[in-house]
Design a protein around this ligand. Structure first.
Ligand SMILES: NC(=O)c1ccc[n+]([C@@H]2O[C@H](COP(=O)([O-])OP(=O)(O)OC[C@H]3O[C@@H](n4cnc5c(N)ncnc54)[C@H](O)[C@@H]3O)[C@@H](O)[C@H]2O)c1
Length: 352
């Protein structure tokens, strides 16, 4: 990395929600998910390079606020994210987020970005990276249980990367399903609204669960999952918040992002702490097998890990100069004499 002048370093590119919309509409949703998926997969291939820690949560009765930090030794990143299942009823998002990248050599930030939309893109991208290695090869149909904010991004990511052609939707709230049917009407996907979760999963090669409820929920019961299916379980991502019946886990081969975090937050919090799981980075780097036969049930116990947000932020950072969809924020105090911070304050007196 070459060292820009201090005054240039003090300006931090900021991608607002409006800029993220412009970026998405310039690149296209599916292409952006595919680009982030490539970035995530490349970073999973160099997994040992990263500082890794389970995210730092602050739990409350209503939800959780978390910090997700990581570094590859050259660049540091973190995401601030919340999860509040009751928010939707208040007219708020369940998940909102923003994130930052910084240079490790100076500690100066190089990007501040909205990450509510970016989290949906990176979650879809991560699901697709896992499914590429775990789902049945000829998978064409995906059931999507939970038709909230994440849903369309998952559908479009799987269409683009896994070549899924059919999605089968179910939500306890028919209005959520109707929203997805409308949003996907020009996608080229065959979209079917189902009356029950059982109806949605019947005949599906992949089942994605993305519901939000702060409890040990049973979105899928054991009888609903058949030989050969791949389960992409997204919504169980917090202590006391799961989606699958425990018996499904006992019949599945389970793949995870970072075990110390997933043991606390994922579906596997229902199992003994030594229950065998495979780390995805080992599958991606061919150290371990993914899907080995057509009758195997594979489960990606997704909770979302800090390196994936780092990868997504790096993807956005690479687009800045190409697209110009950002503004510079005067975020770092930058006195001419680095020791004269006080002088900078006094000089600013009366400046307006
Ligand atoms: N694993 C990850 O990386 C990751 C990333 C982002 C979000 N999440 C999680 O994914 C889940 C979905 O997120 P979102 O932003 O789409 O939430 P959302 O609140 O927008 O949507 C959730 C949907 O689930 C539906 N639902 C609730 N209970 C249900 C049930 N029993 N059966 C069917 N549908 C049900 C709701 O009606 C709602 O439409 C949340 O739990 C969130 O925490 C995980």
């Amino acid at each position: 990395m070459t060292a820009p002048q201090p005054s240039a370093l003090a300006m931090v590119p900021f991608v607002s929600v409006a800029d993220m919309m412009k970026l998405l509409n310039t690149i296209g949703v599916a292409d952006m998910i595919a680009g982030i998926a490539d970035e995530i997969e490349a970073d999973y291939r160099r997994w040992p390079d990263f500082d890794k820690t389970p995210r730092v949560p602050s739990h409350s009765e209503e939800g959780v606020i978390e910090l997700m930090p990581t570094s590859d030794g050259e660049t540091y990143g973190f995401k601030y994210v919340n999860g509040h299942p009751a928010n939707m009823a208040r007219g708020y998002q369940t998940v909102t987020a923003f994130g930052l990248l910084a240079r490790v050599d100076t500690g100066y930030p190089i990007l501040l970005s909205e990450m509510t939309v970016l989290t949906a893109l990176r979650t879809a991208a991560m699901s697709c990276v896992a499914a590429k290695h775990l789902a049945p090869k000829e998978a064409k149909t995906m059931a999507l249980i939970g038709n909230g904010a994440q849903c369309e991004f998952q559908a479009l990511g799987f269409q683009r990367i896994l070549e899924i052609s059919d999605v089968r939707l179910y939500d306890i709230d028919p209005a959520a399903t109707a929203k997805v049917v409308k949003n996907l009407k020009d996608s080229g996907l065959t979209v079917t609204a189902c009356a029950t979760a059982q109806e949605a999963v019947t005949g599906a090669d992949i089942i994605t669960t993305c519901t939000a409820d702060k409890q040990y929920a049973t979105i899928l019961t054991d009888n609903m999952v058949g030989a050969g299916q791949h389960i992409n379980a997204i919504g169980g991502d917090c202590p006391g918040k799961t989606e699958l019946h425990r018996d499904i886990l006992l019949r599945s081969d389970i793949f995870v992002e970072y075990p110390p975090q997933t043991r606390i937050e994922g579906e596997i919090q229902q199992l003994n702490p030594d229950h065998p799981v495979t780390e995805l980075w080992e599958v991606i780097t061919d150290r371990k097998s993914g899907r080995t036969d057509s009758s195997q049930i594979t489960l990606f116990d997704s909770v979302g890990f800090a390196t994936e947000d780092f990868s997504a932020l790096r993807y956005v950072h690479r687009q800045l100069e190409k697209t110009g969809h950002y503004i510079n924020l005067d975020m770092i105090a930058d006195p001419d004499d680095p020791r004269d911070l006080f002088g900078m304050v006094t000089r600013a007196q009366g400046a307006d």
